[in-house]
Design a protein around this ligand. Sequence first.
Ligand code: SAH
Length: 589
Amino acid sequence: MIGLVSATAAGARASARLAEAWPARARVYEGPVADAVRRAFGECSGVVCFLAAGATVRLLAPLLGDKESDPGVVCVDEASRYAVALVGGHGGGANALAREVAEVLGAEAVVTTATDAVSVPGLDTLGFPVEGDVAGVSRAVLDGEPVALEAELAWPLPALPDHVRPGHVRSADGGRTGAPQEASQEGRGGVIRVSDRAVEPGAGEVVLRPPSLVVGVGASKDAPAEEVTGLVREALRDAGLSALSVAELATVDAKADEPGIVAAAEAFGVPLVTYAADELAAVTVPNPSDAPLDAVGTPSVAEAAALVRGGELLVPKRKSAPEGRAAMATCAVVRRPARGRLAVVGLGPGARDLVTPRARDELRRASVLVGLDQYVDQIRDLLRPGTRILESGLGAEEERARTAVDEARKGQAVALIGSGDAGVYAMASPALAEAGADIDVVGVPGVTAALAAGAILGAPLGHDHVSISLSDLHTPWEVIERRVRAAAESDLVVTFYNPRSRGRDWQLPKALGILAGHRAAHTPVGVVRNASRADESSRLTTLAALDPATVDMMTVVTVGNTATREIAGRMVTPRGYRWQSPADGGQGK
Ligand code: SAH
């Protein structure tokens, strides 16, 4: 139960909002505040005080016992701007409570405990399932004690601080199973083990579970879910493997909707991937048979589906063993080769709040960051301590792309960053041109300059539009000109990227001239410089009036189509649907 205590009218209103949001979880404590705080502290697992921090501290002081058993206390200011985790940040859950309160009230959570403040990883936030002494080993990582990293699998991990050092690496088959072990000497503060085996974490040890296992499954029609799920559980258990490392279930296309298989994937909380029968038929397997060949057109489903992307067969085909009838399910388990990971991350146009939460997560997921120095500066504070930064100056794009891919090939978790969207006139294409099927690639979209500028100008992109880069460094001018002409003829709204630089000054006037051949002189043109950055500026002008000298490489230029209008100082391109035609007065229904 969360106890709510307030003293003022504003506090009571905010308290009521929380109570309404958490009907079964929150209880309002009425009466004199000192008494209310005392009762709430004694009865609840968490307390939210709508009081000044000072007042809350004075009321709490005589009540404090020890941090393991005291409830977490959050205090919220009179204007509901901040939810401060005051005591019991970790043990009492106040940090989490502050975030929840902030969410409901639209406030900012203020968290001051060390792991969160210096952004050293809580080991449960690395993006992998984790078992064992998470609090203890996280503490050791935070306190700078030596922690041994024992990676049985070279899986791409996020950055860890310097004092987390590789201990001796155990081979996957040479280790113990299930036997606890004291933290080794080189890791006095604890051990972080990376394993897909069913090892029990010992004292001072955590086990990270990489998504390394692929389970191939086959099932005859209407095989019961328990039979399929039970078979997979047994196979993993008998092979000494952890279910937490199962990355996916795999089968043949024809079984994509087989209820028992679908249910098994759900039971393990993993995706079900399926392959065409002929693709599976081409995989060499130890135990082919005629039954699946007749039924679905491949001599192996379970083994072939598990092996089709390569890897080591840990559990050859095995059948379920239901009592009193024939088996209806098969499975096989493969350890897939460790794969490096390349995240291509768009950082948005510049403003911090236009960096998406997913982009932030990917930056924190990386152990190596590759990018242009000026973009690295934008997000340096978001990285985990220990992240290796490979930054370079302007140009050198191919080299940056190659570096990023090479690091991923070595098994690292790499983030390659770009401004706006990293796929728009940016690093994604040179990088993916280098990358083979041997690494995982994750793209994170970002707000590209045309969209950032569009939002500043009004609604210039309300109908069909195109982006054209005027940089003829990599593209012959004739090609660019042909595209500008096509855009002019088809009445597309055009956003020019790379519009003008010191050495390239005639291209923009030339392109505008081509558009002017098909659009009126008063066609609105928006010029936005440094969208969403500190020195942002924007202007709305017309095709005839635009002075190209006011445009540089920090700028995008958006030219309206023949329907674009300036309305109340904003650039608006009508959607142009029939219901918006002049006949009905342009009123949408
Ligand atoms: N990947 C980037 C574009 C890179 S090309 C994106 O998606 O936005 C570089 C050009 O983008 C610049 O010359 C400029 O025309 C435009 N640009 C990038 N960021 C901008 C910003 N914040 N404001 C205005 N233009 C920008």
